[in-house]
Design a protein around this ligand. Structure first.
Ligand SMILES: C[S@@+](CC[C@H](N)C(=O)[O-])C[C@H]1O[C@@H](n2cnc3c(N)ncnc32)[C@H](O)[C@@H]1O
Length: 352
């Protein structure tokens, strides 16, 4: 068969670019854990010797790491003075843990995918599920860190105000259930913003609930936040003014059953806020870096977890708004509206 050289080169280039990016993930994780980025934040140009001294690391390793960062476009280099600078923009992404653009911790997700590769091989062959708790620990902090960025930047400022009447209710005081809350960042962010309301986070993963409790304590909101181990179809309580799903409904084996159960826990004019990974409805419209990120995670985690639970619908992280609307229709809801979106998330308002 005649090969098209141009197409072959493009494919090789693409694969090498990705291979190089995956190595960079390890460099970013090292830089984060060793405090290399933080030591460069706001101090201007540094030599490798100065950075090594500031971080109590070996100069030869630091120099090679710096070279990798320059080659990867993450750190600026002055060839005359042979110094390295982290710009304020790079610091927002790489050094400042409080920034909504901070990425290094999210590389734990990729690490966990490699560490769990043998389990994924098995699931492909058996067709069986792999529940959330069976993954390597690095998954949980990685996912929490990745989604937390978007919640910090958007949840209170942009998302809740787009839901009809919900912000006013939260200010006045309602009960809020955060289903599949994981480490509880979404719950705690809301609790800090709306002190008159009461927040209940539920998740099947015991370790995540333990971490969420610690977060509520350390953020000073334990008086108005409760975290409990519970499934989406059995969580306790009634008369919730708001039931939320943050990036988790598609992970569930039975999203229709979960939505139906939630319907019965809502008060008269209660709202469901559904936050899902951004996706268009069709594969051909999801051919972009976000689609690629989510389809990959969906393969080894989201579909795998869903298949481990009853029903095993395996919606996938790229279900898209139409399929999500269908879930709520089947669960007996009459109102489903796409309220807003970001490059990473779709936000839906759902009512009885
Ligand atoms: C991708 S994580 C998202 C966690 C969190 N909401 C966030 O945004 O960081 C999905 C979460 O859903 C939880 N989960 C999956 N199936 C569940 C179920 N049936 N009931 C309750 N939680 C569930 C998992 O344990 C996991 O913590």
């Amino acid at each position: 068969m005649q090969l098209d050289d141009q197409k072959l080169n493009q494919c090789v280039e693409h694969a090498v670019y990705d291979l190089s990016a995956s190595y960079m993930g390890v460099m970013i994780s090292l830089g984060n854990q060793l405090g290399l980025y933080r030591a460069m934040d706001g101090v201007g140009p540094l030599s490798s010797r100065e950075l090594a001294k500031k971080t109590a690391c070996s100069e030869r390793y630091v120099r090679e790491w710096l070279n990798s960062q320059v080659a990867g476009g993450y750190i600026d280099y002055d060839s005359i003075t042979q110094t390295f600078t982290l710009t304020p923009e790079q610091a927002m992404v790489l050094a400042n843990d409080e920034s909504p653009f901070f990425i290094p911790n999210a590389w734990n997700i990729a690490a966990s995918m490699w560490l769990d590769e043998a389990k994924s091989l098995q699931t492909f062959r058996s067709g069986k599920g792999l529940s959330w708790d069976k993954h390597h620990d690095r998954l949980f902090c990685g996912v929490a860190a990745f989604f937390r960025n978007g919640y910090r930047a958007n949840l209170v400022q942009n998302w809740l105000p787009t839901l009809d009447g919900v912000e006013a209710q939260l200010k006045k005081g309602i009960k809020v259930a955060d289903i599949g809350c994981g480490h509880g960042h979404s719950t705690v962010i809301m609790a800090k913003a709306y002190p008159e309301s009461r927040f209940f986070g539920f998740d099947v993963h015991e370790d995540s609930i333990a971490t969420a409790r610690e977060l509520a304590d350390s953020e000073g909101v334990a008086d108005r936040v409760t975290f409990e181990v519970a499934t989406a179809k059995t969580f306790p309580g009634k008369d919730y003014g708001l039931v939320c799903y943050f990036d988790c409904l598609h992970d569930m084996g039975d999203p229709v059953g979960a939505a139906r159960y939630a319907r019965d826990t809502l008060d008269e004019d209660g709202t469901v806020m559904l936050v899902e990974p951004y996706a268009d409805d069709r594969l051909e419209d999801n051919i972009n870096p976000i689609g690629r990120l989510y389809y990959a995670a969906s393969t080894t985690m989201c579909c795998a977890h869903s298949l481990s639970e009853e029903v095993g619908l395996a919606l996938g992280a790229q279900a898209g708004a139409s399929r999500l609307a269908d879930v709520f229709k089947k669960a007996g809801y009459g109102h489903f509206r796409r309220a807003t979106e970001t490059p990473f998330n779709l936000v839906m308002e759902v009512r009885r």
